[in-house]
Design a protein around this ligand. Structure first.
Ligand SMILES: [Zn+2]
Length: 315
């Protein structure tokens, strides 16, 4: 740093010293510059907080980094709580890359009964999910097996089954029968869609009949129950699987607990509509964690299609 030269001056009889040169400005690099508030310091503090969002697990209250949650297929790494997952994410987690051939992607519901606010709700959920209705169907490959796969989207009007969901699933099952493929349907649904009234209820019979023809051909049907499954969906195809699997913590029933309690006037056992309760009482064959689902499906299909393959080889 340059030394400052001082000169002596006498003002009013008092001798004072002052710099001979004008002091350098703040821009001069030889002088330490006072950091401006709210720049360097706040930048470094920002860097300490990673970008992205955190999600609080409703079961164990752990804060989980969203990226980590996605890597675990939306399962809490600490307590294994299964968060809801979209139909597209689920398909991505199960099928071999680029093997999903989607069917009837543009089939859309019509407001036949002119039900109050139905059109608006359809429009809202189409925007939110980028789907036309509450199920995605298609043929795919899971491990070495070709299969007909239908996945319900709870985010679209609570995964409710109207005429489009019923028709898409029926076509999927019929395609499975025609191509001699196992059918897998992953349900997440509040039941039949009330806005389509009897048209929704008719889907129960239609999907069940298609499954009966599929079964006549001795082809396997695996039903997987996730999140919550109630009403007309549970009373039709969701409970007709040769094998019925469920994700941990899935809620399963026909009507909700309060309705049952009011109707039967009986005390209900705690947790009687959970997958864990129902596996012990025989409605469900196995509880399969999401991270194991693909491998387990391959093993079940190995087993369920072995007889048919042996018969084909012998003929
Ligand atoms: Zn947790």
């Amino acid at each position: 740093m340059a030394t400052t030269v001082f000169v002596k001056k006498t003002i009013g009889g008092v001798e004072i010293a002052e710099p001979a040169l004008t002091p350098p400005t703040l821009a001069n690099p030889t002088l330490p510059i006072k950091p401006k508030l709210g720049t360097a310091k706040s930048k470094s503090r920002k860097r300490e907080i990673p970008e992205g969002l955190w999600t609080k697990c409703p079961k164990c209250a752990t804060m989980i980094f969203d990226k980590e949650l996605d890597e675990h297929l939306k399962v809490c790494p600490k307590c294994s709580h299964h968060f809801p997952i979209s139909a597209r994410e689920r398909i991505h987690s199960l099928v071999e890359t680029c093997t999903f051939e989607e069917m009837d992607a543009d089939m859309a519901s019509v407001d036949v009964l002119k039900f109050s606010a139905y059109e608006g709700k359809l429009e809202r959920d189409r925007k939110a999910t980028l789907l036309k209705d509450a199920v995605v169907t298609g043929l795919c490959k899971i491990g070495p097996h070709r299969a007909a796969l239908g996945v319900m989207e709870f985010g679209f009007m609570g995964g409710s089954m109207g005429s489009v969901v019923g028709e898409k699933l029926t076509r999927l099952i019929e395609r499975g029968t025609e191509k001699q493929l196992p059918v897998i349907i992953i349900s997440a649904s509040g039941g039949a869609r009330m806005q389509e009234g009897a048209f929704s209820l008719m889907q129960m019979a239609k999907t069940s009949a298609a499954l009966a023809y599929h079964a006549q051909q001795r082809l396997p049907y695996i039903s997987i129950l996730t999140q919550s499954d109630y009403g007309g969906v549970m009373a039709s195809y969701a409970s007709l699987g040769d094998l019925i699997l469920a994700e941990p913590g899935a809620l399963i029933g026909f009507a909700g607990p309060r309705v049952i309690k009011d109707t039967t006037q009986a005390e209900l056992p705690p947790g009687f509509q959970t997958a864990e309760f129902l596996v012990e009482h025989g409605l469900i064959d196995a509880i399969v964690p999401r991270n194991d689902m693909k491998q387990r499906l391959v093993e079940y299909m190995d087993f369920l299609t072995a007889g048919k393959k042996a018969a084909a080889a012998a003929s």
